[in-house]
Write a protein that binds this ligand. Sequence first.
Ligand code: SF4
Ligand code: SF4
Length: 469
Amino acid sequence: MKTKNIYDLDPERLATTDEHGNRVYLYPEDVKGVWKSRRKVFYWFLIGLYLVLPWFYINGKPALFINISQREFTVLGSTLHGVEPILFFLMLASGIFLIAFITSLLGRVWCGWACPQTVFIQAIFLKVEALIEGKARERRELDKAPWSLNKIFKRSLKWMAFFLISLHIAHTFIGYFVGPHELFYMTMHTPSDNWGVFVATMLVTSIFLLDFGWFREQFCIIACPYGRMQSVAMDENSLVVSYDMKRGEPRRGAEGIDKANEGDCINCYNCVKVCPTGIDIRRGTQLECIACTQCIDACDDIMIKLKKPKGLIRYSSENQINGKPRKLMTFRSSVYVTIAILFISSFFYFLNASTKLNLVFLRAKVPFQVIEDGRTVINHFTLKLSHQGKQRFEVDFDVADVNLKDKIKIVTPIHPTIIDSPDKKIVLFFKISPDVLIAGTRKINVKVFDHLTNEVVAIKEVVLVGPSY
Ligand code: SF4
Ligand code: SF4
């Protein structure tokens, strides 16, 4: 009886599960080739970009900075202030339809070429693993072997290296949210000085460590939402990694086929051995395929040795594989790109039309002063005014509660305050009658209104402080 090859996958279940539903750990073999070289260059370009971007400043601002607490988003020197829900929705919707458009044209190009999961695992984690534990066959044997000093040493070394790499990737990630210099400053102090950031960094490190070091292809197969969505966006014209069945079949060893009638596939399983998700691309386009091109290089290598044309596995559309022309723009892709353009246009329309003014009160170092023999308390603030539209504002400030108007006065250096840039800072004083303070504090609303029309453009709460008698 013919022995079944271990790479002859069961058609009834995933390559990464056994007959009991347990995970089958994969040991993808390394591959060399044109596509691998291209991906390697691109991966290291992306990793470099990821690591330096938070340290790179344009117009005095980080190249990319996401300030969640202030709802500010800085990209390439421009800041979106107080991102409103409508703008956030339009950004998200534009991104989804742009991705759907790209997927309809180029299949899962994101997964194979730019997804952090693929980039970090392929360019770093698998390399480190091979350096410490050896090639795929040696790694498989080490896994099966009983625990020994050698196994404990290699495993400890590997996980220590993985931890340090994950720690570095996680610090850069957190740097996008708190600023790289602030993060560097925090790392020079004890965790108890910044518990929140410390816990977040450790959490992100653990996620990266487990995902890139152990969970790997399982994330692409069972957890990634984009993986589920891509089959909806793709059609027979989308460019995917495909096996040319007409040319390859009947493959070598197929029952009842003599050598003269065999196709180009010699059934060497090299395409399966190198696949990071463990699938056999000869079964057609599958949900698990992340379009990493490893199988293209593996098969091309065989074709070169056999002196046959390369491309038995290649980037191609289903239509092209079946001898039909590939339509570049289909109805589906036109719909996606039209909707994406509509959302992007709406985003810029709302952005420019926005009249929303955002206020941030920054309290001075000395919280209050008492003057006029205790009859007046002064609170001193720097007020950050920002907006995302193109409108110029001429505004005045007042206390929103009419009952407090006589008791609390707002003093600004000039009247009206002119806001003619997206970012403006002014100095602002509150002159407070002490009797309005309750146990030394008073929460009030400050009204910002248009100098000419009296129309209210913003209201912001601020806490005033003073002596507690
Ligand atoms: S690598 Fe090429 S020749 Fe070998 S099994 Fe895969 S498709 Fe066939
Ligand atoms: S089938 Fe080929 S392209 Fe798809 S994941 Fe496997 S190796 Fe990558």
